[in-house]
Write a protein that binds this ligand. Structure first.
Ligand SMILES: NC(=O)c1ccc[n+]([C@@H]2O[C@H](COP(=O)([O-])OP(=O)(O)OC[C@H]3O[C@@H](n4cnc5c(N)ncnc54)[C@H](OP(=O)(O)O)[C@@H]3O)[C@@H](O)[C@H]2O)c1
Length: 339
């Protein structure tokens, strides 16, 4: 490599009062690297997606906060092009999926400095689109699905069921012959899922939604629900479920505290509320475990069991229009930045 390396990043200069203003304030910034620090590798980024955690970060409502101006983006994929002292040379030239650290610049950039625990070497045959979305959602779904397997249950309930996490949860459920209950907020998303063969799809604002959810959850003895929303929808799921059900809260897309949980259910019916955080799973799992999960995920992609949809790919300079498209069409699939 010829140093210094100068490159472009997406830069968030300020935290505006509303999300749209923040998005419109995003600009192209420049960074310079004089050398790769010891213990780091330099990844030449190829693509990076927009995820709900990125939106929360832009709004200042995520648990990771960085000094402004900040480079957003928690996930992406690229090629390792240089390494600092102390790292094995076998990384060089590898296609990797990567996380951004909780400090330092994010993945919406032409280069990322990453430590080995932030990257996973992946199957060279995966497309860049699949590589860039390989870590956050598939691994979250895999780790959460393991909770259902450990509990030995036969059915799981999912809200925000048009999401990528839900798509992956259904792929694992199909593979392991578990039923799923799928809750969406738009009739057109219900139709899309049904057209793809998904069963038990409910629309949350239908008139008899709560009764229908209760009926189907009891019929299928569905005792584990995964909540991406928080607010009333999360509480509603747990209330509708049979005795000894668990609600695993893993997202807060409603931007509301978990609401309307029936306290009698918690006290007298053995119901429980828990949280799930991929970062904690990642930190405690060995590289060998991660590679096993990665192999299973790659297999599901290759055999077509999962449709990891991509709705748009935009250049770095078009980050704002890409984000606006993503926010209006989340169930359509991921929007990716191309570096
Ligand atoms: N805890 C963790 O470690 C972890 C890790 C990964 C992901 N997550 C969480 O997983 C969830 C899904 O992420 P993803 O990347 O798979 O999502 P995604 O593919 O971008 O899709 C988001 C989905 O959420 C729906 N949605 C958004 N706001 C909603 C609202 N207020 N009410 C009802 N539905 C709403 C969208 O439906 P429409 O099409 O109707 O807008 C869309 O189906 C997010 O909550 C994310 O934060 C958590």
């Amino acid at each position: 490599m010829n140093y210094p390396i100068e490159y472009q990043v997406v830069e968030q200069p300020s935290m505006q009062s509303n999300l749209l203003r923040t998005i419109l304030s995003l600009r192209i910034g420049r960074r310079k690297i004089d050398s790769v620090p010891e213990g780091f590798m330099l990844v030449k980024m190829v693509m990076a997606p927009f995820n709900p955690s990125d939106i929360a970060f832009l709004q200042g409502s995520y648990n990771v906060k960085k000094a402004l101006p900040a480079v957003p983006g928690f996930e992406g994929a690229g090629i390792v092009v240089a390494m600092g002292k102390g790292l094995e040379s076998e990384w060089l030239g590898r296609k990797v999926a990567c996380f951004a650290g909780s400090d330092g610049d994010g993945t919406w950039a032409e280069y990322l400095l990453a430590k080995p625990n932030q990257v996973l070497a992946i199957d060279e045959s995966l497309s860049w689109e699949q590589a860039a979305t390989f870590l956050v959602n598939p691994f979250t779904a895999h780790a959460m699905f393991a909770l259902a397997i450990d509990a030995g249950i036969g059915c799981i309930a999912l809200n925000a069921a048009g999401s990528r996490v839900a798509e992956w949860m259904r792929a694992f459920a199909n593979r392991n012959k578990l039923e799923t209950i799928n809750i969406v907020r738009k009739a057109e998303v219900k139709d899309q899922l049904i057209n793809r063969g998904v069963k038990n799809v409910l629309v949350s604002n239908d008139e008899h939604f709560a009764e229908e959810l209760q009926r189907i959850a009891h019929d299928l003895d569905c005792r584990m629900a995964f909540d991406a929303l928080g607010g009333i929808p999360g509480g509603q799921m747990l209330n509708a479920m049979p005795r000894n059900s668990r609600l695993i809260v893993y997202g807060g897309l409603s931007n509301q505290p978990l609401g309307e949980v029936d306290v009698l259910g918690l006290i007298f019916k053995g119901k429980k509320v828990e949280g799930f955080d991929l970062n904690q799973w990642w930190a405690k799992s060995s590289m060998a475990d991660k590679q096993l999960v990665a192999a299973e995920i790659a297999e599901l992609i290759h055999d077509g069991s999962v449709l990891n949809q991509i709705s748009q790919i935009v250049d770095l300079k078009d980050v704002a229009s890409g984000l606006r498209h993503y926010l209006g069409h989340m169930s359509e699939g991921k929007v990716l930045l191309r570096m």
